[in-house]
Design a protein around this ligand. Structure first.
Ligand code: MN3
Length: 211
């Protein structure tokens, strides 16, 4: 069964003025769509993978024949990362996290302001294309990390909770070379309710690897 491009959970102009309609249309409709197409092409020759979910594929990269592995890392990761990215943004959101994820951030980072500062600094430290993630490990411990290209934390048995796209295609139309301004603006559309939902509902593959 082939992977399909998930529809955006909001109209393409819904995140204005923080995330512009033109960029979001191309980012979802062209870039994400291309990852899905290429992932399906890479998996055509591996029928054993046709009924697997993308998380299952990414958490066991060694099971993929070597000749196709890099394409699955790039395009499967691209599909997973972007699907999650659309879901953790929403109109009328932003602000500070509350509830369980707010408590966890308080405990781990000393508060939201500290967390935001650390996450932003990490994002600005990434050279080239990639993503900055907030992840939790099997013990529920939070950490911030950068991964290059479309690599997924799932391949490291880490559950991504929050992520920001640092490829130029994510921001160049509106922000050009101003990556710091993109990251600063992006905080306004972060949907912390969704992030908390991911934090609470740990996926089975993560729980299986608890120590
Ligand atoms: Mn992107």
């Amino acid at each position: 069964m082939a992977f399909t491009l998930p529809p955006l959970p909001y109209p393409t102009d819904a995140l204005e003025p923080f995330y512009d309609k033109a960029t979001l249309e191309i980012h979802h409709g062209k870039h994400h769509a291309a990852y899905v197409d290429k992932l399906n092409k890479a998996l055509e020759a591996i029928p054993a993978f046709h009924d697997k979910g993308i998380d299952d594929i990414l958490m066991d990269l060694d099971a993929i024949p070597q000749g196709m592995r890099q394409s699955v890392i790039n395009n499967g990761g691209g599909h997973a990362n972007h699907s999650l990215f659309w879901s953790i943004m929403a109109p009328g959101k932003g602000g500070a996290p509350k509830g369980k994820i707010g408590e966890a951030i308080q405990k781990e980072f000393g508060g939201f302001d500290e967390f935001k500062k650390t996450f932003t600094a990490k994002a600005l430290e990434l050279f080239g294309s990639g993503w900055t993630f907030l992840v939790q490990d099997a013990d529920g411990k939070l950490q911030i990390l950068n991964l290059p290209n479309q690599d997924s934390p799932i391949s490291k048995r880490l559950q991504p909770l929050l992520l920001v796209d640092l490829w130029e295609h994510a921001y160049y139309l509106k922000f050009q070379n101003r990556r710091p301004e993109w990251v600063e603006t992006w905080w306004n559309v972060v949907d912390w309710d969704r992030v908390e939902q991911y934090y609470i509902e740990e996926p089975a593959w993560l729980i299986e690897h608890a120590t």
